[in-house]
Write a protein that binds this ligand. Structure first.
Ligand SMILES: Cc1ncc(C[n+]2csc(CCOP(=O)(O)OP(=O)(O)O)c2C)c(N)n1
Ligand SMILES: [Mg+2]
Length: 568
């Protein structure tokens, strides 16, 4: 009879750590090192114990981006289990995405430390060959994580996993990595008598004196402007931003690299996505979680005092930054805005000045919206379909609580101008390398099951994704999403760059563009093996009907791919 193991081991230690870190899901792409984890999870099931749900993915990019999307929508860190060094390399695109979006993520993979040399234990021959990484797999992730290391004893395993997860959540948040040898995972582990309850990560805030200084600047300013990229990352960030903006009628610009919905686009103080019109006139700029307020970064607004408000204004993941900050409020950005509103409110506010600004910015907002509306109206019947009309049609057809996950390149401007989102968490931009959008959208859907989730994705970007794996996962976990492929038959961005570098080059003169064309299939057909629905749309008049049909199919539980053939 086979020997039945009746003691806890490293797998249980890791699972216990995940429980105490409050992890909801273990997103994983499998590897042979994870046997002890699966044992522990099987025990959790047999004993009907509480703990995270295991999600099995067919690709590392999918596993990592599920975690990224889920955390973006919930603020809750998740665990990602990959395979050895090779799984890290495959998942690196999404891990890098988590780093540059300051998304907490606990990534782990295993290795062997005995390689078959120990007579008593055979880890499997694969470890001595293609899987070993000189210096440890943690080396592979060093540049794209906050912290990466290995744990090599069962005695330190539990606390190491907890600590690695706690570090990921500390300011500035980001992915952390822990490598665990199979031998450590298989080693007996005794649950400590008393396990520390893991506290939530603290959110340090700036001092009252620093807040008071900026409040005074705000009260004195004639033309204050707020520019933000990610204040909406926190559920209460939108409220804090709107409250401060309304208090003094401050116009709000969402930065060129805005990653989330920061303010209802219908709000009268919302002034679009271009800081340009304020460049010469602003006398105070609040850069609220703003890494690149304008581009190129060298020039600064000539009259403005520049205030950076961010948990960590200088981003360690960026090679170059030029914020021109004269004053820095370093600490919880949401709390900083709330403290600023309180501090301003404690002073006498010039009501006439605020009222005048309010009507002026409302008029500017209306003008911006009118321009967008006429642009969309002019695009409506153009054939082939104009991207502006696709975006406007999405807005006209989909409900207000729709969540858009954007992995487009040259269409992003049109999306910002013409797809309306006013609800919180209505928009997520997928940052970093292409190929993450579908996993990210599924992670968002996992978090926000009651809202329609729509992946807006370029045809080139779509093809960088693990498409088969994502469609399979959507079916397996019953997470239907609408995928809208912005199909311009190519990598338009590449052509734009080529022409910008060589405006009169050989390619231009002879109409030879090597890096542009995609001879893709009808993407709408790809969902069928997974019970999905698909529609190819070429007629502008058919768009609203096709979008409505797609939404209905999604509501019916079927992931739907709209292949929309565009003019450019
Ligand atoms: C992983 C990765 N590989 C390559 C690129 C380079 N790249 C940037 S934009 C782009 C074109 C994307 O095509 P598509 O999504 O169709 O957008 P379009 O340019 O047509 O607007 C490519 C290949 C990248 N950003 N990430
Ligand atoms: Mg394209």
């Amino acid at each position: 009879m086979a020997k039945v193991k009746n003691y806890l081991d490293g797998g249980d230690a890791i699972l216990e750590a995940f429980r105490n870190l409050g992890i909801d899901y273990v997103m994983s792409s499998p590897g042979s090192e994870w046997g002890s984890m699966w044992e522990a999870l099987a025990r959790q099931k047999v004993e009907n114990a509480d703990g995270p749900t295991y999600l099995s993915c067919w690709h590392e990019t999918l596993a990592v981006n599920l975690a990224g999307g889920y955390t973006a929508a919930t603020g809750r860190m998740q665990a990602v289990l990959l395979h050895a060094g090779v799984g890290l390399l495959q998942g690196a695109n999404g891990i890098h995405g988590a780093q540059i979006t300051e998304t907490p993520m606990l990534v782990m993979s295993g290795e062997s430390v005995t390689y078959g040399a120990d007579d008593g234990f055979d880890p499997g021959h694969q470890w001595i060959g293609g899987l070993s990484v000189v210096g440890g797999p943690n080396r592979l992730l060093e540049p794209i994580t906050k912290w990466s290391n290995q744990v090599t004893s069962a005695a330190t395993l539990y606390e190491s996993v907890v600590r690695t997860g706690e570090m990921a959540q500390r300011t500035p948040a980001g992915p952390t990595y822990l490598s665990v040898p199979i031998e450590t995972m298989l080693h007996e582990w005794a649950r400590p008598e008393r396990l520390r309850k893991v506290p939530a990560a603290g959110r340090p805030r700036p001092s009252e004196a620093e807040i008071e200084r900026v409040a005074k600047l705000l009260l004195e300013a004639e033309h204050p402007v707020i520019i933000t990229e990610t204040i909406g990352r926190d559920a209460d960030g939108v409220n804090a931003l709107v409250a401060l903006a309304e208090l003094l009628s401050i116009p709000v610009i969402e930065g060129n690299v805005a990653q989330v919905a920061n303010m209802p686009k219908s709000h009268g103080l919302h002034q679009g996505f271009d800081f340009g019109p304020h460049f010469e006139t602003a006398d105070l700029v609040l850069m609220v979680r703003s890494t690149v307020p304008w581009y190129p970064p060298g020039k600064r607004p000539p009259k403005a005092t520049m205030v950076a408000i961010d948990e960590a204004p200088y981003k360690g993941h960026m090679v170059y930054q030029s914020l021109h900050a004269d004053v820095l409020l370093e600490g919880d950005a949401v709390a900083s805005l709330e403290m600023l509103a309180d501090a301003v409110g404690a002073h006498r506010v010039d009501a006439a000045r605020v009222a005048e600004r309010k009507s002026r910015w409302q008029a500017a907002h209306d003008k911006l919206r009118d321009g967008q509306r006429s642009e969309a109206a002019a695009a409506r019947s153009k054939s082939p379909i104009d991207p502006a009309w696709l975006c406007a049609a999405l807005g006209e057809t989909l409900p207000d609580n729709t969540v858009y996950v954007d992995e487009t390149i040259t269409h992003r401007g049109a999306i910002r101008r013409h797809v309306p989102w006013s609800d919180k968490q209505g928009y997520f931009h997928v940052a970093g390398g292409l190929g993450q959008g579908l996993g990210y959208a599924l992670g968002v859907k996992l978090a926000l099951k009651d809202r329609p989730v729509v992946s807006l994705i370029g045809d080139g970007s779509f093809l960088y994704n693990p498409i088969t794996q994502s469609l399979g996962f959507s079916m397996q976990e019953n997470l239907p999403i609408l995928i809208v492929v912005f199909n311009n038959n190519g990598y338009r961005a590449m052509k734009n760059n080529h022409l910008a570098y060589y405006p009169d080059g050989v390619a231009k003169q002879n109409d030879i563009y090597l890096g542009e064309t995609i001879n893709g299939p009808d993407y709408a057909e790809l969902g069928a093996p997974f019970g999905g629905h698909g529609i190819k749309v070429e007629d502008p008049a058919a768009l609203p009907g096709a979008i409505a049909e797609g939404l209905a199919a999604v509501e019916d539980g079927r992931t739907t791919i709209l292949n929309v053939v565009l003019s450019h």
